[in-house]
Design a protein around this ligand. Structure first.
Ligand code: PLP
Length: 463
């Protein structure tokens, strides 16, 4: 960390970090207490790593409740929330529609491990309104959806290798916890301990937006690549907008080589529109994975494809995949309630327009000030990047710019705005964010950006 910043955030006097912003740091006493206790139960005190606030200042906030666009932490601080549980809460927190439907279904029991009519109901709602897939299988998370889709692609093509892109995250699937090796087209290297090298050897990792690398991969591994997997719009390592012609190229080259194209729409599915990124690009993938929004805040994922491809899944076909809680009725109820709202006329137009007005107003401000800062966005997804360059692949991101995000994050918390605790993560606008909250958030962001750049060691344009 830069010395000037180190000083600014170092502990002084009573051990609390001193803010130079005129705003005292929010109280985190209760959160800190809960965190200490949690550390005795969970590795790093959390049940998912990014929650640990390792990339931003302070103790993780323990959230007590949420309502509409707001969350409250254990110390009673209120925030306008743009993390939205990392994407699922497109209607905002504690939607009455979802709550009512879930409560109604819960009265009849929680789980049966047998088919239920409510699974048909959610499936019908999806398939009637999504013309890109003909059959689906419900699972319990995005990771599980991707893991199953990969197995399906391998079983269907009778090939083993998967091509993925550096900067795309597909859940904690063994063979996809792989980062690029040293060459343009290489077998990947594991990015997590515990993943056998032999698994990583089946994964080819190349940069996003690089046609040559894709072509080279098919030359090097003819008839061996089962599928290319890409996030609908890569949104886990910043928001890496891909050119439409690159996505169309992926469609064409997979078809030519009898490989499958998998869109991982765990973030973009039901977010960019009901039919996600595939409809946005007008590209029809062979398999699509969904998660997050589909479960209305409860654990649901699914994968879908043509009836022909899906017929390879057990018990119809030889690709095994199962789940004790798959199609859980309570989770299905939440999905039905949420997706029904999304199908209301004008839902996406209103949400996306509202989100775009919000980000545009921040862009205008940053440009007036000449700040080295951009907001990348699509639909209701946005990403703050301390850069003046176009960013289309993971390697375009300057890791040192994350120091500025840390300051921004802290200043925003002090002003009642909650972003996911990492500068690589995107933010989400929900239907519950009204113009009032968005205006308030914009003002807080503007004030905070002034502080970020005021506390920068050099003039932003000179860095
Ligand atoms: N795929 C994508 C694109 C994701 O963003 C995520 C999670 O953020 C996953 C898969 C994994 O989903 P889950 O965390 O529900 O297992």
């Amino acid at each position: 960390m830069l010395d000037s910043l180190k000083k600014m955030f170092s502990s002084e006097d009573d051990g609390k970090p001193v803010s130079t912003t005129g705003k005292p740091d929010i109280s985190r006493e209760k959160s800190a207490e809960l965190y200490e206790e949690a550390k005795t139960y969970f590795p790093g005190g959390v049940n998912s790593p990014v929650r640990a606030f390792r990339s931003v200042y302070g103790t993780p906030l323990f959230i007590e409740k949420g309502d509409g666009p707001f969350v409250w932490d254990a110390d009673g601080n209120q925030f306008i929330d743009f993390c939205c549980s990392w994407g699922p809460l497109i209607l905002g927190h504690n939607s009455p529609k979802i709550r009512e439907k879930v409560s109604e279904v819960m009265q009849k029991g929680m789980s049966f491990g047998a088919p239920t009519a409510i699974e048909n109901e959610l499936a019908q709602l999806i398939l009637k309104n999504n013309k890109l897939i003909e059959k689906i299988r419900f699972v319990s998370s995005g990771t599980e959806a991707v893991m199953s889709a990969i197995r399906l692609a391998r079983g269907y093509t009778k090939r083993d290798k998967i091509l993925k892109f550096e900067g795309c995250y597909h859940g904690h699937v063994d063979s996809l916890l792989v980062k690029a090796g040293s060459g343009l087209v290489t077998f990947g290297e594991t990015s997590s301990a515990g993943v056998p090298k032999s698994f990583a050897d089946e994964t080819i990792v190349i940069p996003l937006n690089d046609r040559n690398a894709v072509e080279e991969a098919f030359r090097q591994f003819p008839d061996q690549i089962a599928a290319i997997i890409i996030e609908g719009v890569p949104a886990n390592n910043g928001l890496l907008m891909q050119d439409i012609d690159f996505v169309q190229f992926l469609r064409a080259i997979t078809t030519q080589n009898k490989s499958l194209l998998i869109f991982d729409e765990v973030i973009t599915g039901f977010r960019l529109g009901f039919e996600g990124a595939a409809r946005h690009y007008e590209v029809k993938p062979d398999i699509i994975t969904y998660g997050k929004i589909i479960g209305g805040g409860l654990p649901v994922g699914c994968y879908g494809a043509s009836a022909e491809i899906m017929s390879n899944i057990s018990p119809e076909g030889s690709v095994y995949q199962a789940g004790t809680l798959s199609g859980n009725p309570v989770a299905m109820a939440a999905g039905i309630a949420q997706l029904t709202e999304l199908l209301r006329f004008g839902f996406y137009k209103d949400l996306n327009n509202k989100a775009q007005d919000f980000v545009e107003s921040i862009r205008r401000f940053a440009s007036t000030r000449n700040y080295k800062f951009k907001v990348f966005s699509i639909g209701s997804i946005f990403w703050f990047a301390f850069t003046d360059k176009e960013i289309k692949s993971a390697e375009d991101i300057d890791p040192s710019s994350m120091e500025k995000f840390k300051i921004l994050h802290r200043e925003l918390l002090n002003r009642g705005i909650y972003l996911g605790p990492s500068g690589y993560e995107v933010g989400f606008v929900s239907a519950a964010h009204t113009k009032v909250e968005l205006e308030k958030a914009k003002r807080a962001i503007i004030e905070s950006l002034d502080i970020v750049f005021r506390t920068s060691p050099k003039n932003p344009k000179e860095e």
